[in-house]
Design a binder for this molecule. Structure first.
Ligand code: COA
Length: 331
């Protein structure tokens, strides 16, 4: 059966590094606390004056993936973007990126699924390829979380960062590619992580200006426990569906929210941390972008070999969570 196969990866992060030491000057925190509780040492912050809008970041990542894939933008059938921080409410980041890269025959759109946006987009792309409604698709995860962070809230502003990652998916030639994807959500817990911007409030009263509309709110502790459970459960489900054991997995590319969440998930699955790729020490939590950035880094470092089984797992606002297993074909 035709599968989606990744034939190119790319990523791009803003130039500006914001270290834990600098954050100590903004909120009551310490480098020691942030590293011990999260594993994060620094994150990247986008700047509008340096042309680092959401669409700009994604365009850079997408062009790298397209170059590696050896295809041209005009051949793309779809551009799918996981993001919760598009530059505008509309049009979509997908359409802005389409225009910047010249993907003129593509259908372009965004997927809003919190930190799971990339895996949701990858699933839609894989399904379109299986249904033979598309042959070549650019899937991106991109965020500028710095634009919605409350920089006075130490419990969230230390966690997040900006960046973009991308893959080009094509119909598989030699049978290798995505083995399965798995998605789930539970809106009952939407209020564990959300943006305080509520559209219906805006026309009614100018008082809403005081609400500081776009700020991110999070109940970290309760989210932490759900993240570990959901990630472990959906990764186990992905293994079961493919009759695989955790020993068969060559490398895990998890969502990069907190090193303690990743370690707990790996322990639950019985996968040693040596098989888990992490880069959150350098980027923090980049939401939808975290998995494709990590995948691109692992790929460019030569850590992904032909035939390797790659497990990806994500968890985020919604709540949403997801997993995918890929039989890797070198690119
Ligand atoms: N610096 C110093 N102290 C901080 C702090 C910071 N940046 N942030 C919170 N604290 C304090 C709290 O105020 C609290 O103090 P108190 O005991 O005096 O009340 C104490 O540290 C413990 O807070 P708590 O929230 O229980 O810490 P924690 O161990 O749960 O770690 C998170 C907090 C946010 C790092 C953790 O809960 C987490 O990572 N949650 C999941 C995040 C996540 O996955 N988000 C996105 C999903 S994609």
């Amino acid at each position: 059966m035709t599968r989606g196969k990744i034939i190119g990866t790319g990523s791009f992060v803003p130039e500006r590094i914001l270290s834990n030491d600098e954050l100590q000057l903004i909120v009551d925190t310490s480098d020691e606390w942030i590293i011990r509780r999260t594993g994060i040492k620094e994150r990247r912050i986008a700047s509008k004056v340096k042309d680092e809008s959401t669409a700009d970041l994604a365009t850079q990542a997408g062009l790298k993936a397209i170059e590696m894939a050896g295809v041209t933008s005009s051949d793309l059938d779809m551009v799918i973007v996981g993001t919760v921080t598009p530059d505008r409410q509309f049009p979509s980041a997908g359409c802005m990126i389409q225009s910047k890269i010249g993907a003129f025959k593509a259908a372009a759109f965004d997927v809003s699924a919190g930190c799971s946006g990339f895996l949701y987009g990858l699933t839609m792309a894989h399904n379109a390829i299986k249904a033979e409604t598309a042959e070549l698709i650019l899937v991106l995860g991109v965020e500028r979380l710095s634009t919605i962070v409350n920089w006075q809230d130490r419990s969230t502003c230390v966690l997040l960062g900006d960046g973009a990652g991308a893959v080009v998916l094509s119909a598989s030639g030699n049978g290798r590619g995505i083995m399965s994807t798995h998605l789930q959500s539970d809106g009952t817990f939407w209020d564990l992580l959300y943006s305080s911007y509520e559209r219906s409030l805006l026309p009614q009263s100018l008082e809403c200006i005081d609400l500081k509309p776009f700020q991110l709110k999070m109940e970290g502790n309760r989210l932490f426990k759900r993240a570990v459970g959901c990630l472990s459960e959906i990764a186990s489900r992905a293994l079961r569906q493919n009759n695989l054991s955790s020993k068969d997995i060559s490398i895990v590319i998890p969502h990069q929210a907190n090193i303690r969440i990743i370690m707990a998930m790996a322990e639950n699955l019985g996968i040693p941390m040596e098989k888990v790729y992490t880069n959150l020490d350098r980027y923090g939590n980049t939401s939808s972008a975290s998995i494709p950035i990590a995948l691109d880094e692992a790929n460019r470092q030569g850590l992904l070999k032909d035939g390797d089984l790659v497990l990806m797992a994500s968890f985020g606002a919604g709540l949403t969570w997801g997993a995918a297993i890929i039989e890797w074909a070198a690119c």
